[in-house]
Design a binder for this molecule. Structure first.
Ligand code: AMP
Length: 489
């Protein structure tokens, strides 16, 4: 069992010199601020198990509130500030938070939905009037820590219930695996409403007593300016492609960096290779999801195999199954996970929760296969699998072939209804700057690499791919837009 997040915070805060945010709070200051905030939450009548919804632009106070909630036993519920008021209504009615905290310009909108709302600056002002000491109640590893809503690209967004142990066990595994120490300085440019920026990044820092450089948004120029003082960067693949597009990215600016980590969406082998050539660093790719925290990681020492997400974390079990059960090594199937990292279920959706567990294993919804050395490859979401003329096509395989072609900057492969084949493979491409892509030439070039049934029936060249805040391609949107592509035969 991992040491509780708040126990770690107190341990780190015992050293008055230890820096939490470079140019900002120390750990000792952070502990005091979380004490003040926890006192405010109690003074406002929040009780253990109540939910606190937080929907604000990225700022340091999000991290303080996350920790204050853990101290008070209040369930932390961060929401993407990009959601409109109408979209936020679902989280308010579903989670019934005792308090919603938001930016001043959103207070009226959320209040109109019937929520008890407070502006973040007002909450922080109340905290100033409180003492920093807080009498922490005892917490158990199975107590609720947070609810994070899934991005819900194909249906209603679901609340993922995470316990304190889900967070602590994953933090300890990652700190060990990625060799975090108090000497590390992490560049934090990720959103803080999502598991990647909120838990993976923040808890790795907290559990090692490291420091972070905190950027409120990802700006390539600002990142390049900060990099010389950084030892670890965590990013989504678009961070890496956007930095590569900047001539300011050189081996020299990465001189102090010991580790670049990527996750939340597939990193193309082409980007991995280009990054290595330009900076000398092999990006370490890992795989996880909101429901499971981190599941697998490429090794710190040893080969970081491009196009794979590495091996299961210590204490985490992964299996590949078909409709009849576990499959032999090497075969492609559904990825299932078990371990202390796996969530407790979807908030107020017991049936949905039961559907997604099989014999105690969580069915991730991703397809994958292990190679002979134990590296896992993600082949795409099960619902993105294309079945054309009765044959399975894994989008990731076709995307990898497309990404290798000269002039292709990004690709997404989808299935589109087709009168003869049921579904047809369709490729959506973005051209590299200055490159022209020709449908017939792309299809021809794939013939050497792929069986005929995997070759896209159509190749569409787009200005850009629709992506969410984490850089994930929104395939449901591409499918919707192209649903009529083969209509009328
Ligand atoms: P989320 O819950 O928003 O973090 O999304 C989790 C999903 O992102 C996973 O189920 C995967 O489909 C995808 N994902 C995360 N990391 C990777 C990765 N390294 N490669 C491919 N897909 C990934």
């Amino acid at each position: 069992m991992g040491s509780d997040v708040i126990a770690k915070l107190k341990e780190m805060a015992a050293d008055p010199e230890r820096v939490w945010i470079v140019g900002g709070a120390s750990y000792a200051g952070l502990l005091k601020q979380t004490g003040r905030l926890a006192n405010v939450l109690l003074s406002l009548g929040l009780k253990r198990g109540d939910r606190l919804l937080l929907q604000v632009e990225k700022c340091e106070a999000v991290l303080s509130l996350y920790l204050a909630c853990l101290r008070a036993g209040v369930v932390f519920l961060p929401v993407n500030p990009g959601y409109t008021v109408a979209e936020t209504a679902h989280f308010l009615s579903d989670a019934e938070p005792a308090l919603a905290v938001t930016d001043p310009d959103r207070v009226a909108g959320l209040a109109a939905l019937g929520a008890r709302v407070m502006a973040l600056p007002d909450l922080l002002a109340l905290a100033e009037a409180q003492g920093p000491d807080f009498a922490d109640p005892a917490h158990g590893p199975d107590d609720l820590a947070a609810i994070l809503y899934t991005s819900g690209t194909t249906g209603r967004s679901k609340g993922v219930i995470l316990t304190r142990e889900n967070l602590s066990s994953n933090a300890e595994a990652l700190v060990g695996l990625w060799r975090f120490t108090e000497g590390d300085v992490l560049l934090h440019a990720l959103p803080v409403f999502h598991t990647h920026g909120l838990f993976v990044a923040t808890n790795c820092v907290l559990y090692s007593g490291a420091s972070m450089i905190f950027h409120r948004a990802f700006q390539p120029a600002a990142v390049l300016e900060a990099l010389p003082g950084v030892t670890v960067m965590m990013g989504v693949p678009t961070f890496y492609t956007r930095l590569l597009a900047d001539p300011g990215l050189t081996g020299a600016v990465c001189g102090q960096v010991r580790l670049f980590i990527s996750g939340s969406a597939p990193l193309s082998p082409a980007t991995h290779a280009e990054w290595r050539e330009r900076t000398g660093h092999a990006i370490l790719e890992r795989y996880g999801m909101t429901e499971t925290n981190m599941i697998t990681s490429n090794p710190y020492q040893g080969e970081r195999r491009a196009g794979t997400v590495g091996m299961p974390l210590p204490g985490v079990a992964v299996r590949i199954t078909g409709p009849e059960g576990p499959l032999p090594q090497g075969e492609a199937g559904a990825i299932e996970v078990r371990g202390p990292n796996v969530f407790q279920g979807y908030w107020r959706l017991p049936e949905k929760t039961a559907e997604e567990f099989r014999d105690g294993w969580f069915v991730t919804g991703d397809m994958g296969a292990f190679d002979a050395e134990g590296y896992l490859s993600i082949l795409g979401r099960a619902k993105d699998l294309v079945i054309t003329g009765g044959l399975n096509v894994y989008p990731a395989e076709v995307e990898a072939a497309l990404d290798d072609l000269p002039g292709v900057a990004a690709s997404a492969v989808i299935g589109v209804p087709h009168p003869d084949f049921g579904e047809a493979v369709v490729a959506c491409l973005v051209a590299a700057p200055g490159a022209g892509l020709e449908e017939a030439a792309v299809r021809e070039a794939l013939r050497e690499r792929l069986a005929a049934f995997k070759i896209p029936k159509r190749v569409l060249v787009l200005e850009e791919l629709p992506r969410n805040a984490m850089g994930k391609v929104q395939k449901a949107e591409l499918r919707r837009e192209n649903a009529g592509l083969f209509a009328g035969g």
